[in-house]
Design a protein around this ligand. Structure first.
Ligand SMILES: [Fe+2]
Length: 218
């Protein structure tokens, strides 16, 4: 039987966004103020989601797991602390870019981000192959769905929108139809339209149109 996977959805969004930031960092011309500002905006969105995600895991997922399996959250919490320090240094480097950096300085930043990305990927792989199994062992699917719903309800709308901007393009259509149908039934109409407009800006037209028509049928 397929079990509920608590980490799959946010991690797909984060993997996609981290790859995009790394890719952009590899070709960006920082002499161009427009490109530099786009890089900073993209990085700001990435670091906002990474910080928010670590808090969500610490305060919800791992806290609930710890209540049922003492010690089971320690490894991931320790990772979060270590990664937070590396992330903070990168955030400061990004904020400090002026456009006057040498090619070597930019390459060092590119490599530093790439190293962080590889550490982060290792961390979320562990969560998805070790912690996920513990969640499935100690909680029923109904409880995991309830946890997911209460986590999503704790997001304010701008944060929900930011997550969906990167999660939806990174997921399969069937996953998106399920998620967007649920949102369509629960958020105000204008908010749902804002969600669809945001997603449209991030997806290939053909994929978005196919998704929209499936969601409209629901
Ligand atoms: Fe994590």
């Amino acid at each position: 039987m397929t079990r509920v996977k608590s980490f799959a959805t946010p991690h797909k969004g984060l993997r996609s966004l981290m790859s995009r930031f790394s890719y952009t960092l590899g070709f960006i011309d920082v002499d161009d103020p427009t490109q530099l500002s786009q890089l900073k905006d993209l990085g700001q969105e990435l670091f906002t989601l990474l910080t928010h995600h670590a808090h969500t895991e610490n305060e919800h997922t791992l806290t609930l797991l710890e209540e049922r399996a003492k010690g089971a959250s320690e490894h991931d919490r320790h990772d979060h602390q270590q990664l937070e320090g590396v992330q903070l240094a990168l955030e400061q480097q990004l904020a400090g870019l002026t456009g006057n950096e040498s090619q070597d300085e930019l390459h060092s930043f590119y490599l530093a981000f790439s190293r962080f990305q590889s550490q982060y990927l290792e961390h979320i792989f562990e969560e998805e192959t070790v912690t996920e199994l513990l969640l499935q062992q100690y909680f029923t699917d109904e409880e995991l769905i309830q946890q997911r719903n209460s986590v999503m309800q704790s997001f304010d709308f701008p944060m929900l929108l930011l997550w969906l901007k990167y999660i939806i393009p990174a997921q399969r259509e069937a996953e998106n139809v399920g998620m967007l149908s649920g949102l369509k039934a629960t958020v105000p109409k204008h908010a749902f339209e804002q969600i669809m407009t945001t997603i449209q800006g991030e997806m290939e037209a053909e994929r978005f149109d196919a998704l929209r028509s499936k969601v409209n049928e629901v």
